[in-house]
Design a binder for this molecule. Structure first.
Ligand code: TPP
Ligand code: SF4
Length: 320
């Protein structure tokens, strides 16, 4: 825009990162898959926080949801089933300057990766971990996962799943050093965005569970929650989630919940009849393992250059 004397009066920031910088390969998830909605919210968050793409990393395991890093225009590591968390922790401990996000399926996190999950909570490193909980193994064609509802017929439980599902939120809230636990559904973009934003700004291990639709294998599983807002309860607080008037008119069950109250958070996590949306627990005072390690781990550029020179010099060919 030009003003008097043809002088430019709008200051454009050349470093501004548009949403397209956070986009990469076109997602190949099924139409209506909740992973698409999670991706949109995360890309928006990266744009709004202006995260430098070259200093942002998405780490995943294996599964439909674990294809996430391919669709982000940032760095990424699509690794081994169940091993996203130790890889992410390794990245963070060596490069504390990077923004590290983790994407896991419910199988990835709570089945094969369950030991890493428990210890990641206790280590409380500064990461954002998103669990895409579709209550099934999507990629391996509808096998039961630890969060599959009791009685559901799957390819590994043809007569119905025998066990009660694992309660992800209650389990997370039961681990020593837990510092941030939130819950949301993939069809509530306003709340998902706000929760991801709070997770990003929390210093520590931010655990966000997203109830995610898998319309390919379980097209009607979540219908009661999607179609009847009465099955959802909004956790509201000045230190937690707030919602717009429009959303508040649709989702009428509101509960004032102070996210610093761990006992109440555990009670909410154990509710069987409603899906809680919001921040269940937040304690920014829990020490982060990456902070405790920092003094020993800091490596300067000069040290890196020297180490690299030393290694490369082994292959140097000298003329006589
Ligand atoms: C060590 C190992 N065990 C098993 C598998 C097979 N496998 C690939 S993805 C997957 C489950 C995926 O389910 P989930 O983590 O819930 O993610 P979704 O596909 O539902 O997003 C399994 C069992 C594997 N790739 N590697
Ligand atoms: S199988 Fe399910 S989880 Fe996988 S992409 Fe399709 S809808 Fe999504």
């Amino acid at each position: 825009m030009f003003g008097l004397n043809n002088q430019c009066i709008v200051d454009f920031d050349e470093e501004y990162h548009g949403i397209e910088e956070y986009e990469s390969a076109v997602p190949r998830w099924c139409p209506g898959c909740g992973d698409n909605a999670i991706l949109s919210s995360v890309q928006r968050l990266c744009r709004d926080e202006q995260l430098p793409p070259e200093r942002t990393v998405f780490v995943s395991g294996i599964g439909c949801s674990s294809r996430f890093p391919h669709h982000m225009g940032t760095y990424g590591f699509h690794g081994l089933h169940g091993r996203a968390l130790p890889v992410a922790e390794g990245v963070k401990i060596r490069r504390p300057d990077l923004h590290v996000f983790v994407n896991m399926g419910d199988g990835d996190c709570c089945s094969i990766g369950s030991a890493h999950w428990i210890h990641a909570i206790r280590y409380n490193m500064n990461l954002v971990a998103i669990v895409h909980d579709n209550e099934i193994y999507g990629m391996t064609k509808m096998q039961a996962s630890p969060t599959t509802p009791q009685g559901l017929r799957t390819n590994t439980t043809p007569t119905g799943a025998k066990l009660k599902p694992l309660n992800i939120l209650a389990t997370t809230l039961g681990v020593t050093n837990v510092s941030f636990v939130a819950n949301v559904t993939d069809w509530m973009p306003e709340s998902m965005y706000k929760i991801l934003q709070m997770a990003f700004h929390h210093r520590g291990f931010s655990f966000v569970r997203v109830v995610q639709r898998c319309p390919h294998y379980l097209p009607h599983l979540l219908d009661p929650i999607v179609t009847d807002p009465n099955n959802t309860i909004m956790l509201l607080h000045e230190d937690g989630l707030d919602i717009s008037d429009d959303l508040g008119k649709i989702y009428k069950n509101h509960l004032a919940h102070d996210p610093s109250d761990l006992n109440k958070a555990r009670e909410i996590a154990s509710m069987d009849d409603k899906v809680p949306i919001g921040i269940l627990y937040r304690d920014p005072s829990v020490p982060c393992y990456d902070d405790l390690q920092k003094p020993r781990r800091q490596v300067t550029m000069e040290m890196r250059r020297e180490a690299l020179d030393k290694e490369l010099n082994k292959f140097a060919v000298y003329e006589n």
